[in-house]
Every structure is written in C-alpha cells, then in structure tokens.
Write a protein that binds this ligand. Sequence first.
Ligand SMILES: Cc1ncc(COP(=O)(O)O)c(C=O)c1O
Length: 489
Amino acid sequence: MNNSLDLTPEAFADLLDKSSELVLSKFSDLENQKAFHNYPQQEIESWFDEPLPQDGMDDQELLELVKEKVLDTATNNLGPYMYAYVMAGGSQMSIIADKLTSTINQNVGKWHLAPAISEIEKRVIQWAGEMMNYDQNAKGVLVSGGSAANLTGLTVARNVFFEKNEVRKKGLFGLNPFTAYASSEVHSCVDKSMDELGIGTDHLRKISVNEDFTINLEALEAAIKVDLENGFTPFCIIGTAGTVNTGAIDDLESLATLAKKYELWFHIDGAYGGLASSLDSLKNQYKGIELADSLAIDFHKWLYQSFEAGCLLVKNWETLRRTYFKKASYLDASLEDSDRLNFNEHYFQLSRSGKALKIWMSIKSYGINRIKQMIQKDIDLTQYLAKLVVASDDFELISQSELAVACFRYVKDLNSEDEINGFNRRLIPALENDGRIFITGTTLNDQFVIRACLINHRMHEGTVDYLVKVIREVASTIAINEDAETSSA
Ligand SMILES: Cc1ncc(COP(=O)(O)O)c(C=O)c1O
C-alpha cells in the first residue's frame, strides 16, 4: 500500500478531470447566475459545523460537497453583476496558473527554492513599472494586495526617516512626533498602516479635498507649515492614484513637488487606479507617478488576477533591503551566486507563494494591449452608466471620475435629503436580499450614495442596463412597502 497522501495516478486524474468540470460549470451561463445568494449566515455556518474529521471521506463526494456548498453559493465575482467595492472578475489564465503554481509548490523566499519563479517575479515587477511609465530602474516585490503594498511602502518610508534621524543609535527619545499627509479620501489601509507602524492615526493628517475629491494642495501645504511651526516633523506625503470612493486621481506632480520642497518621502497608493496609468487616454492625469519614492499597485484589481496579488514598487531597492534583510545562519547565502535574488531579503515574509506565475502567464497570454482595452472598456461602460443615470428622472449622479467608479442615488418621489439618504440606505440591503446584482454604498459629503465600480472584462452595455433595471425594480418595491416610513439616516 502506498504510505503517503497521494492517490493512484488514475484516481488523481479522475479528480483533476472532475475539478476541471467544476471550473467549466462556473463559466457556463454566467449572465444567468445571481450575484449574491443570500443564505442566512447561520445556515452557512451550520454546513461546516462538524468535529475535526478523524478519517478521510470519499474524494468524489468531497468534490460534490464543495460544488454544492462552496462553488454554487459563492458571491459571483466572476459574473458581470458585481459592482461592489473593487472586485475584479479574475481571468481564466490566472485559474490555470494557480493550479500549476500549487502543483510545483514553490517557496519564492529564496532563489534556489524557486529559480524560475524568482526570475519571473523580477520580470513581472519590471513589466508593471514599464506599463505605468514608472522609473526604469525601479524594483519591487509582490505582496498579497493593496493594503500590504501600502503598509510595505510606508514601512520603508518610516525606516528611511529613522535612518536620517539615526534612530538606531539615538533611539526615538529626542524625536518630535512625525506626521504623514493624505487626502480625507485616503483608503483605510493607510490608517491601519499608521497604527501598525507605531506612528498613530492622529499623525496621519487628513487633508480636505476639492470638489472632484482630489487632495487640496493649498490645504496640504498649510498643514505641513502648521506642523513645522508646532514642533512636528513631517516625513511623508501619500498621494492616491484612484480613490476607492470615487476614483479621484490626486495631482501627483504637485504632490511630488511639495514632497521635494519639504524633503518628504512620496508614496502613491495606486492599488485601485495605478495600472490605468498605462492608458494613453489618461497619461495627463497620472503625470508625476514616476516621481514617487514608492508605489503600491494591485494585480487583483486592474490586471484581473485572482486574489491575492499586489505589488510594491520602490525607486531605490536598497531601501527595501535595508528594511527587511536579516541575517540568519539557516538562510546563509554565502555559498550562493551573488546575482541570485532572494525575495525574503526584500520583504517581511520568508515563505512566499508563486503568484508571479499567474501574472506572467496572463500578461504573456493576453498581451498588455488587450488588458489595456479591457481597462478602457470598464471606464467606457462607467461613462455609459453615468449617462443612463443623468438621462433618467429617478436617479441623480453624484460623482464620476476618469476611472470606473460612479456614485449616484435614487431620488424618485423623495423630497428631502433625509428621505433620500434613508431610502438609499435601505436600498442597499434590499438589493443584497434580491441578489441579482451586488452593489454597495458609501458616503460623500454627508450624502449616502450607491457606488458602482466596474472592473470586470465580462461586462457590456446590456449588463449595465440590467444593473439600472434591477435597482429600479427593487427601489419600486421599497417605495411601495415602506412608503409611509419616515427615513432615519
Ligand atoms: C485605493 C485603494 N487602496 C488600497 C486598497 C486595499 O487593497 P486590498 O483590498 O488589495 O488590500 C484598495 C482596495 O479597494 C483601494 O481601492
């Protein structure tokens, strides 16, 4: 008997075939699948409520179970009715690559543990820089996503600041509190980073925004000056190249100029919009992206990769190495060829997955021009949605950027701000309950709005029409059922 966990070749082949069938079945008829299945939480919990299995079950039955309880109930990111948060639809090539990646089970912490994927990781990082016209000599590291990329960039920024102030020698004792600056629309992962880095969220100055939700530069400079006068030490400006709420792109060039003037680190959160800088139509809006000291991007957003795949790029790779390199006898590199790149020396993680393969295979398979066309399509469809909203008499458009987010609200027969806010707040859970589309809301200037983010290459005008139709239908049921209810925002 085979004393390992492996199956016979025939049984393994059967299961692989079966798993491929399951993949194919997810892709059949995507436009007729609901976006959200709305099972009660307790019901889903009960499916998995069992004691630790002592003995294994039949694998064919296991796959059936997974189909029924996991695949068939999954929130449908694949399909064209997902408009919430920033949920890209993934791509078929990343599915295939994920399977191959786990087959070889490489650990991309050390070069000799994953020679080809280490080189592939270097290459996709280089390509990303090229795509965005970032510094030709920039280097970086793949991380789990935008939050990790921002944390990594800000960790480097903090450490470079520490180096300037000889913190290793002198400690923190003589140092003034140091401050970072971002717009009030900055993603919450930056607050988390400040918290995690021991800088504290109080020291992240949230600067007011202009009408288009980009950072107000006069307010920013004024805040820096006030801090300097009051004994704080500014150390970093964080620009956002595509805010999560509305897709606003800060004036990156002016931010870089201010950073230079006050000798601050310039970090850009491009998790949502960074890759859209590759579009010729948007070159102007991204001017200055190449001036960032560090740049966070996400491949599981506008490169349509499966979760998780983010990336941090830095102008000076030595800063990453100085942040993360630690010597350890069991990792001794003394016998190694000096050109071998050990990614653990440039990042917090030692064991790292081979996510570079799916990015590389996707770029090779589709080519960057096709990917850019898909990004442009998302943007064009968002403009189409905005036009539908503007042309209607039951919706009001609240924000639209050059990227693929539009915020709007339902206003039909609603007479006051309170009524509109209350109604739209009720609309979101009602839409979740309906399940045909998946969309969430946000608050802009104290107005609760429905927020649509289009980041799925399977969408087309018909699916956008369907979004508007479903919202209308669900809104009409609320209006009928809850007409008399006074709203409470
Ligand atoms: C602007 C921005 N920054 C950071 C993030 C966080 O990225 P992730 O969800 O990959 O951690 C997001 C996610 O939507 C984002 O839009």
